[in-house]
Design a binder for this molecule. Structure first.
Ligand code: FCB
Length: 412
């Protein structure tokens, strides 16, 4: 048996072997100590996040949101039994986020009660043998940040870092690994260029500015958190397997630059890179093409493309040379056997990455629960665990038992 500390050594051996064309074969395809778990984000599961910008956005005429989040999965009150379920299933890690708008509902006013809530969540993870991986920002910001020009205001980076420092100081003894920002590349695109996330702008120029604020926020937050703790830090990047077709190489390279590379370049001081990957886009000279007529789509309208995980992990590792943590991968589907098929293929690709010598530290399925899928509302079902929308009753899906068993044995 290897200890957690020995996993990087095995990964380094694998990497050396790959360089000379050999493979290191162990009885398990994923080393002991590999993190197996599921992810959620505060706003998508907690419920009642009134002080967040998304609460306003859901109700804003023209926002295009399918429905309000309201109680979400009431995870704010039910986290203990949800965490217990993940542990019972066989997982050893849980990624969740801290809601900035709860912790700092007004500028500079920090809620001790809310910080204590997240202490209790972290403690619950430890009690159940789960490694907690808190994320300090997952799409939502306090209303007061939005009122001061949101992420288009460069000062938001400093404000975010200040909150990170306060939270890290309060929680410091309870976590060893964290994500600063989830998908810092998505709010600039979806909120400032495509207009479907708050603040609903359609201004490509603003997107560049907001990219820069997020990058600065990541760097300042990492510095602030490291002032309080010596945890391992990274960001979680939304990656897509961008495939040039019909001469789309240049267009694909330009997209990679603005969507991924500027953020991958910002990971140079990090301990690992978090990869969120779900699908591919074909890119022609004119840009991203919609999936071809008749292409197989998931419940979110994305092309069914489990191979995306391998492609994105390889790219993140190539560009950064850092260890990789799969921070999100999964599928929205009402057919749970399709989930198992999708994840089987994704994990087979991930195993190939490991065999090729890439240092992959874990796999976190998105999502632990059927939850609030942003502008799409509750219709898409990503969860390993179903949630009754009226009673909040949880149902363990077969895919949860299946993936938990893989986690327990460390092999497919
Ligand atoms: C990612 C988000 C996550 C969830 C999944 C489906 O982009 O990080 O909150 O919405 O997509």
């Amino acid at each position: 048996m290897l200890s957690v500390a020995e996993v990087p050594i095995l990964n380094a051996l694998r990497s050396q072997a790959a360089r000379v064309g050999c493979r290191v074969v162990t009885s398990r395809s994923f080393a002991p100590g590999f993190l197996w778990g599921a992810a959620t984000s505060a706003y998508q599961v907690e419920g009642g996040n009134y002080t967040s910008d998304w609460w306003v956005w859901e109700r804003q005429p023209g926002s295009g949101c399918a429905e309000p989040s309201l109680d979400a999965c009431d995870h704010y009150h039910r986290y203990r039994s949800d965490i217990q379920s993940l542990a019972n299933l066989g997982f050893n890690a849980y990624r969740f986020s801290l809601e900035w708008s709860r912790i700092e509902p007004e500028p500079g006013e920090y809620s001790r009660a809310q910080l204590d809530h997240y202490r209790r969540m972290l403690e619950a993870c430890h009690e159940h043998g789960l490694t907690p991986i808190p994320t300090f920002h997952h799409f939502t910001s306090p209303r007061w940040v939005a009122e001061q020009d949101g992420w288009a205001n460069p000062a938001t980076a400093e404000r975010f870092a200040h909150y990170c420092r306060v939270a890290a100081a309060h929680l410091r003894d309870l976590f060893e690994m964290a994500i600063t920002i989830n998908e810092p590349n998505m709010p600039p695109l979806l909120g400032y260029q495509d207009g479907i996330f708050p603040p609903g702008l359609r201004d490509p120029g603003a997107r560049q500015l907001v990219n820069a604020t997020f990058i600065r926020a990541h760097e300042l937050a990492a510095e602030a958190i490291r002032t309080e703790t010596d945890v391992r830090l990274g960001l979680a990047l939304a990656m897509v397997d961008l495939q040039p077709v019909d001469g789309g190489e240049e267009a694909a390279a330009a997209l990679r630059q603005v969507r991924e590379d500027v953020f991958l370049d910002a990971t140079s001081g990090d301990d690992f890179v978090g990869v969120n990957a779900y699908t591919r886009h074909e890119v022609g000279p004119e840009g991203i093409r919609a999936p071809a007529a008749g292409a197989r789509l998931t419940g979110l309208g994305w092309e069914y493309w489990p191979q995306a995980l391998e492609a994105c992990v390889r790219r993140a590792a190539d560009v950064t040379g850092k260890p990789i943590l799969v921070t999100e991968n999964g599928i929205a589907t009402d057919d749970d056997s399709e989930r198992i098929a999708y994840v089987t293929e994704a994990l087979t690709g991930l195993r190939r990455c490991i065999e090729a010598g890439i240092d992959v530290r874990g796999y976190l399925y998105w999502s632990a629960l059927d939850n609030f899928e942003w502008n799409h509302g509750y219709a898409p079902k990503f969860g390993l665990i179903g949630v009754d929308r009226v009673t909040q009753e949880r149902t363990i899906k077969p895919s949860a038992t299946w993936l938990g068993a893989i986690a327990g044995r460390g092999s497919l």
